[in-house]
Design a protein around this ligand. Sequence first.
Ligand code: GLU
Length: 362
Amino acid sequence: MKERIVIKIGSQVLTRKDGSLNVTQMSALTDQIAELHKNNFEIILVSSGAVASGKTEIKPKTKLDSISARQLYSAVGQVKLINRYYDLFSQHNIHCGQILATKEDFATRRHYLNQRNCMKIMLENKVIPIVNENDAISVNELMFTDNDELSGLIAAMMNCRKLIILSNIDGIFNANPSDPNSQVIREIDVKKDHIEDSIQSSKSTTGRGGMTTKYNIARKAAEEGIEVIIANGNTENILIQIVKEKEKLSTRFKPASKPASGVKKWIAHSEGFAKGEIHINEGAREALLSENAVSLLPVGITEIIGNFEADDIVQVIDKNGNQIGIGKTACDSGKARETLGKTHEKPVIHYDYLYIENKTNS
Ligand code: GLU
């Protein structure tokens, strides 16, 4: 089977200081992607740069609020961006196609599967999907945190083995990157290494992302069995070097050995759509975190918060108020309240639809 890789390119890599599209850089990266494509890798490209390239294209007639400005710039800039990609990939006789995603497309299983099928068909026909957020219509709470989040969702949805996130720094540093003594952390083992507190919360100047979101997304993906590499898109031949596993400066997240199932990956990434909370006691917490395949039974539930239907996504919260997982419910909130604390009742969340963070065997 072909190895499938998601490559995310951030705005900072694709734009010059004045905000215009850096076509030289785009050309260098598309050359590398074309080489990988010809060597039988299936590539899905997640590319930012729409808003940045729209800004240099159009000057609004009146002063716009930030939402309208983003809508205008992205609508205009996305056309420019995708046209560039079209021209660059055409030089290699490669077809590319555009997918504009919104958060809603991941909220229901049906939308999710439609989107997955679309990309599957494209890949089967040797077309490189170029994905970006549909910035023109997704605003405020409907927005992804950034394209790093989107790339993690796509990598999980498409069962990719690798996710490469390119930005304008070499990886995750062990101190402030401007400190000459700081060094890139070469490997993070999600089972052992927790470096949340030491990450610099520097924000990118052109895109929305920062190192903290990159770290969180990379961690989540690696826990699901996806190898994640954060690297500098400006480094020569970076993509080829990463794929050939040649020594290059970058941060690699070692993936968990047992990949999560497709449904579980979808559930894990659906947190933003949770309709309620299920609070559990200590016994249930221990059972769920153990390496056994355990469903969430009414006997371990202490409280149900919110109103949900069967098949909705809910958070699972322990007695200290910490979320330990996410699941798709087997019944509605009324039924869950009726059976709360009782023994010999059917599971409220079946194991197959339960994603527990930090599970011993994951
Ligand atoms: N979708 C945005 C764009 O194309 C970028 C979002 C981000 O920076 O992550 O401009």
